[in-house]
Write a protein that binds this ligand. Structure first.
Ligand SMILES: Cc1cc2nc3c(=O)[nH]c(=O)nc-3n(C[C@H](O)[C@H](O)[C@H](O)COP(=O)(O)O)c2cc1C
Length: 372
């Protein structure tokens, strides 16, 4: 049914327009109490076996929505209704900004991939914080885990990046179940330079301090999101820094500037577009980065696997590689509203058929086996 809708309607529209149309339906459905309860019962059935504890939080399962889909915290309940066990909102910047001019989102349908150069289009951290405050005040429709992903305002020079992130952290930490410092989007000039340890250390330390100062009664978990294009030694350096700073987790990975893994039929005009590639072609490298991180940090911090996750098998492989949480974005575009349901079902079946009693026990099992 969704495949038909995708083929006949959505794939013929500009990709960003299709996103807005689809998300308007989701948000609308989530506003009608009877409908959302009915849809959630079907699309997001809760399975005891999948219950997950990570970052000091209890979640219904390990599978969540990656950042960038819900830039402004308008879709949290809608995506929880569809079965995402956590929703990472953002990237949010200190100042509102329009992002890059369109078109800025492109599909590579046969490759099950996307290219985007959105450029952190968002309402700014003051507006998003106010929206999250209103959601908390009225009582959310679904009690789902909400991560907040923050990035640098484009107009702010690199030298003032720390203050920009701190402003967003101060505004958003009170509403975040966890906070993510995004230094890995390819679409904000210079942003990825912040991944270098000498830049990243003061940035993460300042955001940690800002979160602790603004939310004194609760330690808001802090994670960093990295690019798949980092050299292996730089992945190790981020892992070491994360341990050193007492960070709570690492999210691996963002989109790639590489164009590897595409089929011969990939539309050359889209392949040549500037921006980050996501979806199936990213699977291999994201998995490699995750494995490398797990070899380095083991169970000491939480790893979140993202990039090219398409089905239950992919989620299961990320868990076995070392991810406690797994996220997806691009495959939702191709698979539609039943996606989470099938992921949860397949994951529960894989766990039941495995030698592991719990998901927690399965985390990193493959990587541990490979590295005696
Ligand atoms: C259109 C689009 C916008 C994105 N925006 C963001 C963003 O604002 N912040 C971020 O950290 N990641 C962003 N991402 C990256 C995703 O969160 C994810 O890391 C990446 O797409 C790989 O996962 P996937 O292959 O499942 O899509 C975006 C991805 C896409 C496709």
């Amino acid at each position: 049914m969704y495949r038909l809708l995708f083929r006949t309607v959505l794939s013929r529209m500009d990709a960003e327009r299709a996103h807005h149309l689809a998300t308007a339906w989701i948000a609308l459905a989530a506003r009608v109490p009877v409908l959302r309860t009915f849809l959630a019962a079907y699309l997001a059935p809760r399975r005891r076996a999948l219950r997950t504890e990570a970052l000091g939080l209890r979640m219904h399962g390990p599978f969540g929505l990656a950042a960038g889909f819900d830039k402004n915290a308008t879709l949290i309940d809608g995506m929880a209704m569809l079965g995402f066990d956590h929703v990472e909102t953002g990237t949010v910047t200190a100042r509102p900004q329009p992002g890059n001019p369109g078109p800025r989102l492109f599909r590579l349908v046969p490759d099950r991939a996307l290219v985007n150069r959105m450029g952190f289009n968002n309402d700014g951290s003051a507006s998003v914080a106010a929206r999250l405050a209103r959601r908390a005040a009225r009582g959310p429709a679904f009690r789902t885990t909400v991560g907040v992903n923050i990035g640098k305002t484009k107009a702010v020079p690199e030298a003032e990046a720390v203050a920009d992130y701190v402003t967003s952290a101060e505004r958003l930490a009170p509403y975040a179940d966890y906070l993510v410092v995004n230094v890995s989007s390819p679409n904000t000039p210079g942003l990825r330079n912040l991944q270098a340890a000498e830049q990243l250390r003061p940035l993460l330390a300042a955001v940690r301090e800002a979160a602790d100062r603004t939310v004194p009664g609760r330690r808001v978990p802090l994670l960093v999101k990295i690019a798949p294009d980092l050299a292996d030694e730089d992945v190790d350096a981020v892992a070491d820094l994360a341990l050193d700073l007492g960070l709570d987790g690492i999210i691996a990975t963002n989109t790639t500037v590489a164009r590897d893994g595409l089929g011969l039929t990939a539309d050359p005009a889209v392949v040549a577009e500037t921006g980050g590639l996501s979806g199936a072609p990213l699977k291999q490298r994201s998995l490699e980065v995750l494995r490398r991180l797990y070899e380095r940090v083991g169970d000491r911090i939480v790893l979140v696997g993202v990039g090219g996750v398409e089905d239950a098998e992919d989620v299961w492989r990320r868990i076995l590689a070392g991810a406690t949480l797994v996220q997806g974005y691009s495959a939702f575009v191709y698979r539609g509203p039943l996606w989470c349901r099938s992921v949860h079902k397949g994951l529960a079946a894989r766990l039941a058929a495995s030698p592991h009693a719990t998901l927690a026990e399965a985390v990193g099992a493959d990587t541990r086996k490979a590295t005696p």
